[in-house]
Write a protein that binds this ligand. Sequence first.
Ligand SMILES: Nc1ncnc2c1ncn2[C@@H]1O[C@H](COP(=O)(O)OP(=O)(O)OP(=O)(O)O)[C@@H](O)[C@H]1O
Ligand SMILES: [Mg+2]
Length: 155
Amino acid sequence: MRAELLELVRLSENDVIKVGAQLSKKLRKGDCICLSGDIGAGKSVLCRSIIQSLQITPEEVPSPTFTIVQTYPCKEFEIWHCDLYRLGSSDQLFELGLDDALETEVCLIEWPDRLGPYAPKSSLWIDIEIDNSSRTLRFQASDTNNWKKRLENIK
Ligand SMILES: Nc1ncnc2c1ncn2[C@@H]1O[C@H](COP(=O)(O)OP(=O)(O)OP(=O)(O)O)[C@@H](O)[C@H]1O
Ligand SMILES: [Mg+2]
């Protein structure tokens, strides 16, 4: 059972980018963030902000739509930005090395339903709902102890 931890309503694109920057400061090795929402919801916008906030020299962050995984070295861990929309089967998760990365790095996963039973129990789930040009972000977790405190000042 996932509990809702935070709801942010009517966010502009800049607000979403700001949330990504705030959240990036709370991340540590072994974290997994699962981002759901329709095509164009802003999952990649949020991931890009998290990644660029943690990079020593911010670089371009293309959507991993076709590559499935893009990795970015940061100071304390690697970020694995994954778009699982085109994942063939769960075997491919192992071929990509995502099973290890989920334990040792920070993974940002778009289309996380494709993880099936491999979604870490400790994940933070962020669902993005579209309302014209604004977005509502809902944060949920099963492991509320893992995330509640870390989300306290995010707005
Ligand atoms: N309030 C907003 N927050 C985030 N993105 C917004 C907002 N308003 C407009 N946009 C636009 O919506 C689009 C979001 O695209 P993005 O690639 O992040 O979506 P996605 O959820 O990753 O889609 P996909 O499932 O195809 O990967 C961008 O073009 C962005 O400029
Ligand atoms: Mg995307």
